[in-house]
Design a binder for this molecule. Structure first.
Ligand code: MRU
Length: 311
């Protein structure tokens, strides 16, 4: 993307694992949905089904550590083994994977409905990374309110951070929004402060990969920069995600494991070197925004005032 839109067919759990690690499928909810189906590819009934699924769960969860939706989805598949009554177990497992997928689709629609209440005519909205249809089952999380606003003929404009180093904003969000006919403008990540200082941004909407029990939110690297800027310029900063991204088992953002990715993602652009060979590099894929900087979290259930997450 954005040059070619191609359907990738995964025929084995290894294919799904590779798709997740190489970001062919990315975005927290989409990773969870893919993993739920991946758990079942090539699976055959037998008395060691539980052992096999436990092994598969471990393998998939290690593909990427930060998005909680991955372990949440494979745990749901595992629970079917323990709780299912009589019936075709493979069919029950498949039904659960389809349910996870369908629930996400419905959640996105509701996030859109809740989130659009924050949007008025003439607003300029800034988003980071891609939390749209290409990151979930349908519509997206941070982009869902934007699609709803478009559907309601609200006159809005969206600024899109390109999102270094892998350019999910430029490649994916711009692609999605332009295809949907949403007015949008691409920015490099270091332009946000300038636009905010000129009063050009009214609202920031981003997704999340994991939200700790105290409301701290992990999302694509660069999200924290925006939250800090929003506080300085007094701009509302909202995180949109399904409740499957809320992790009550993780106490605070400090407990969230941040994925560190390959140096080449930073030293190369489109396969071309942009730094001297051997340059020392850091490449954390996510950062954590403290709850104190988040105005609210938009879920399928409600817009939560941060600090009140208990489950
Ligand atoms: O590394 P990625 O592309 O998987 O990162 C994606 C993000 O950070 C998204 O904002 C997040 O997963 C929410 S997707 C609805």
């Amino acid at each position: 993307m954005p040059h070619e839109e191609r359907i990738l067919v995964c025929k084995s759990i290894e294919d799904v694992h590779e798709a997740i690690t190489t970001l062919a499928v990315r975005g927290a909810p989409a990773i969870g949905i893919a993993a739920a189906y991946g758990m079942l590819l090539g699976l055959e009934d037998g008395y060691s089904l539980k052992d096999e699924l436990t092994k598969r769960a471990e393998y998939l969860v290690n593909a990427r550590p930060t998005a909680v939706n991955l372990s949440w989805a494979v745990d749901r598949i595992l629970k079917i083994i323990d709780t299912s009554g009589p019936g075709d177990i493979l069919e029950l497992l498949e039904r659960e994977a389809v349910t996870i997928h369908e629930e996400d689709r419905v959640a996105c629609g509701r996030i859109g409905e809740h989130g659009v209440s924050l949007i008025d005519h003439g607003m300029n909205i800034l988003t980071h990374c891609n939390a749209g249809a290409l990151a979930v089952s349908e519509l997206g999380t941070a982009l869902a309110p934007i699609y709803c606003a478009k559907e309601r003929n609200l006159d809005i404009h969206v600024y899109v951070d390109e999102t270094r180093p892998l350019l999910q904003g430029a490649r994916l969000t711009m692609y999605e929004l332009m295809r949907a006919g949403v007015d949008c403008t691409l920015l490099t990540d270091n332009m946000a402060a300038h636009l905010m200082s000129q009063g050009k941004i009214d609202l920031v909407l981003v997704g999340a990969d994991r939200i700790a029990a105290n409301g701290d939110a992990a999302n694509k690297i660069g999200t924290l920069n925006l939250a800090v800027l929003c506080q300085y310029f007094d701009i509302p900063f909202y995180v949109a995600c399904p409740t499957s991204t809320l992790d009550s088992d993780t106490a605070t953002g400090a407990d969230i494991v941040i994925e560190e990715r390959a140096a080449q993602e930073v030293t190369q652009l489109g396969g071309v070197a942009i730094a001297p060979e051997g340059a020392d590099v850091r490449n954390p894929a996510f950062d954590v925004t403290p709850a104190s900087l988040i105005t609210g979290i938009i879920t399928e259930e409600e817009i939560m005032v941060v600090g009140s997450i208990t489950s």
